[in-house]
Design a protein around this ligand. Structure first.
Ligand code: SF4
Ligand code: SF4
Length: 488
């Protein structure tokens, strides 16, 4: 993997000095200059068309349709997807999850990590190039930039030109559109945590709470800065994934590659020139692959950590190959082994589906199935039994021994429910306090429960008993274990 080249940069003069620092040149030597800092150069990506560009836009459309659209959909009387942190309720379609369902969040994180490993092992930075929010928003912001300032060459000219009314107008229009998208994105993000219809009204009437206003503007500002100005710098310097992805690559990973054997020696030539006579490869040195690259690298220098695998250079090069009448695929998704052994597409794919990929897939499918089954069988009733530590056991009238418990019953459905409490495990054991309790939708309640056993029913010591809590039609039932103490 190559390191980024050192571009034009400010220089720090190293002048002879009397001190003995390592930077001081030897006595009598000329002053020299040495670049210690590579200044950022703005990248002006040219727009592309082609197979991979179309797929990128399909992903932009689908991800943003889901992101912007989901919070506006309703499920019954409530928002379809809402993470109500204050009430500690997470509504996802028909499901209502609670902090006790943390295991599902863990499951989602494990699935996300495994998916990333799998996609990376198959096709490198597929996530970065097509679905990462940084890529998606940069693509949207670039489209707005093209709309207001034109494509690459027009933008280069505009930035080099002195400030005129036209330039101010174009820049203002671009920033206005960027800010509108960024604010809408911030509002949508907060709309996942606070009902979005009320939030929209509060936003217009300027009645937002402090945290709502903070997160809308913070998220909006982060989107504006990251997609409008920082762009490839986020991928190159801030995202940790670019750094550890190489650990998941091997020689059978599909990556965007330049076929150097076919392309070199590169050089310009007349359209009908005989390559054999000129001793030239297929690369016509048009530089279009560099101009379309959102991270500003030259794929002909080999795999570089800045490459996000977006395929824009492959689309650009294919269009060039079409124009000059050469075969497509000088820049393409391929593997190191496929290029080395000149494998066909079918052979390449056979090697891509290697043991590592199959193991990741098998684990991933197992976890997804296990989570789906667990969610499908999930009982929307949760019960915790706590013994009353203040009164371990006492003699009650009628020759009974009594233990007291506290049951936390949570009704995880979205309608009020009446629950029955029963107990079993000892001869004659019974609930002598209220054995029915009503609990509102998505609420939980602590219920004190007194349990009695005839004095002669058990010897002294602790005995296992089971509480059974069920709704009226017995469709939801939970059994919880506890102990009943019989004093000496
Ligand atoms: S677009 Fe293709 S032909 Fe043009 S410089 Fe890049 S690799 Fe060479
Ligand atoms: S080198 Fe090609 S695939 Fe990599 S980031 Fe640049 S345009 Fe995208």
């Amino acid at each position: 993997m190559n390191t980024p080249s050192c571009k034009t940069s400010p220089v720090i003069p190293i002048v002879p000095s009397a001190d003995k620092s390592p930077l001081a040149p030897p006595p009598g030597a000329d002053a020299k200059t040495m670049a210690l800092y590579a200044a950022h150069q703005k990248i002006y990506p040219r727009s592309t068309e082609g197979f991979f560009t179309r797929w990128r836009w399909v992903l932009v459309f689908l991800t943003q349709l889901a992101f912007y659209g989901l919070p506006w959909l309703e499920w019954g009387q409530r928002q379809m997807v809402l993470f109500d942190l204050a009430a500690r309720r997470f509504y996802i379609f028909k499901l209502v999850l609670y902090p006790q369902d943390f295991i599902y969040l863990t499951g989602i994180l494990v699935i996300s990590a495994l998916s990333l490993f799998l996609f990376t092992a198959v096709a490198g930075r597929l996530w970065c190039g097509y679905a990462c929010p940084q890529t998606v928003y940069t693509e949207i912001f670039l489209w707005l930039e093209k709309l207001t300032e034109g494509d690459r060459s027009a933008r280069l000219r505009l930035d080099a030109a002195p400030w005129t009314m036209e330039k101010i107008g174009r820049k203002a229009a671009k920033n206005f559109l960027w800010l509108a998208v960024a604010l809408w994105t911030g509002l949508t993000f907060v709309g996942y945590f606070s009902p979005i219809r009320e939030l929209g009204g509060d936003f217009i009437q300027r009645h937002l709470s402090g945290w709502q206003a903070f997160w809308i503007f913070f998220y909006g500002f982060a989107t504006y800065g990251a997609a409008g100005y920082m762009r490839e710098q986020v991928c190159k310097h801030m995202c940790p994934y670019a750094r550890f992805q190489s650990a998941m690559f091997d020689k059978d990973t599909l990556v965007v590659t330049y076929d150097a054997e076919r392309g070199e020696p590169r050089g310009t030539r007349a359209k009908k020139a005989d390559l054999a006579l000129l001793n030239l490869g297929a690369c016509i040195s048009c530089n279009l692959c560099v101009q379309v690259c959102p991270t500003g690298i030259d794929i002909r220098n080999g795999l570089q950590y800045e490459c996000i695998g977006c395929g824009a250079c492959a689309d650009a090069c294919d269009a060039v190959m079409d124009k000059v009448g050469y075969a497509r695929g000088l820049v393409k998704y391929s593997t190191e082994n496929a290029l080395k052994h000149k494998w066909t597409r079918a052979q390449t794919w056979r090697h891509v589906l290697r043991p590592r990929v199959l193991i990741y897939s098998a684990i991933l499918i197992s976890i997804v199935v296990a989570m789906a089954v667990s969610l499908a069988l999930r009982v929307p009733l949760k019960v915790d039994v706590v013994r009353d530590r203040g009164a371990l056991a006492r003699m009650a009238p009628g020759g009974q021994i009594e233990n007291v418990y506290r049951l936390q019953i949570m009704n995880a459905t979205e309608s009020g429910q009446r629950f029955r409490i029963r107990v079993e495990g000892l001869p004659g054991v019974a609930v002598v306090s209220d054995s029915e309790v009503t609990i509102d939708s998505t609420q939980s309640r602590w219920v004190p429960v007194r349990v009695q056993v005839p004095y002669t029913a058990a010897v002294a010591g602790s005995h296992t008993i089971h509480f059974e809590i069920s709704n009226q039609d017995n469709s939801d039932k939970v059994v919880e274990k506890s102990v009943f103490l019989v004093p000496r």
